[in-house]
Design a binder for this molecule. Structure first.
Ligand code: 0GY
Length: 304
């Protein structure tokens, strides 16, 4: 792959509108990324895309602009298992960012300790075939057993059609398992149809499974805000996210997904994404759990 951005790549929104929804004090953006800059943190040779750069300073500026207090920075596949950009951003955050790393079984105990000191609290396995080769199940189990004593958890990114195949493996993991984007449901299907019911059943059956109710801009087929200025876009995703928040209020997280890799049809205004939150968490208490209590319990346990 050439060193330039993937053709058609959309740059992130440079001037997001101030959210109308005021985030509760201490809110955490629990799903975001940093990319590059590649002269310091080169992209992985095996990557499937080349993003536009998105630095730690730009992420922290977005945090402040939207009104978040903290970030959880998730390793994306364009950096492979080279966690330096993410770990560097965590280290530079003065304790206000935690990280989610990508590792293979070759990772040493010293490397895990270094990542922990940087602020990493989880490893991510990406099961999307368009993004990466899958890590074999026995290796995932082995890594999960090694990170458990550190108090870390596993983040799993998969699509709805993959749940049946992955369920046994994910249920066998000894740690908390956080599923990205509710397992990527097809939101054109009914929320009470077999596909999404299987996901809710999976959460019901495994009380160590959490879900991010993230990425309306990725999952929605109804699209971004209408031209009339309506600020509740992505309507088709709402019932799915509400079902998860209402059923499992203590096991949900929210994040921007900035800088939104691989969105090829539109780039969301991150301020409008924040305005989406009250539609999926409909009481103050649900919002406090989603945005503050749950991410703090998972990523900043102990006295604050
Ligand atoms: C993608 C790319 C990645 C991840 C995400 O939502 C995400 O966390 O976008 C990745 O890991 O490369 O296209 O979804």
């Amino acid at each position: 792959m050439s060193s330039g951005k993937t053709p058609g790549w959309l740059d992130w929104h440079r001037d997001p509108s101030p959210p109308r929804f005021t985030l509760p004090p201490g809110a955490v953006d629990a799903h975001c990324h940093v990319f590059g800059p590649p002269d310091r943190f080169p992209y992985a040779p095996e990557r499937r895309y080349t993003p536009c750069d998105a630095s730690r300073e730009q992420l922290f500026a977005l945090r402040d602009r939207l009104g978040f207090s903290r970030n959880v920075i998730v390793q994306a596949t364009c950096h492979g298992t080279d966690n330096r950009a993410m770990a560097d951003a965590c280290r530079a955050s003065a304790g206000l960012a935690r990280g989610v790393a990508a590792v293979r079984r070759s990772v040493t105990d010293n490397e895990l300790t270094d990542l922990h000191e940087a602020g990493v609290r989880a490893v991510r396995f990406n099961f999307l075939r368009r993004l990466a080769d899958r890590v074999p199940g026995d290796e995932i189990l082995e890594i999960a057993r090694r990170i458990e004593p550190l108090g870390w958890h596993v983040v799993a990114y998969f699509e709805a059609g993959d749940l049946a195949e992955l369920e046994d493996l994910l249920s066998a993991l000894p740690t908390v398992v956080v599923v990205d984007h509710m397992g990527c449901p097809d939101v054109t299907k009914p929320v009470n149809g077999p596909e999404f019911r299987a996901f809710l059943r999976f959460m019901q059956a495994n009380d160590n499974v959490w879900s991010k109710v993230t990425c309306p801009e990725r999952l929605s087929r109804s699209g971004p805000p209408a031209l009339d200025g309506e600020r509740a876009p992505y309507r088709d995703m709402v019932p799915f996210a509400r079902a998860v928040v209402d059923s499992f209020p203590d096991r949900v997280l929210w994040g921007t997904d900035w800088p939104h890799p691989n969105l090829m049809d539109h780039m969301p205004d991150d301020g409008l994404l924040v305005d989406f939150i009250p539609h999926i968490a409909v009481t103050q208490e649900l919002r406090r759990k989603l945005l503050v209590d749950n991410p703090l319990r998972l990523y900043w346990p102990g006295p604050k």
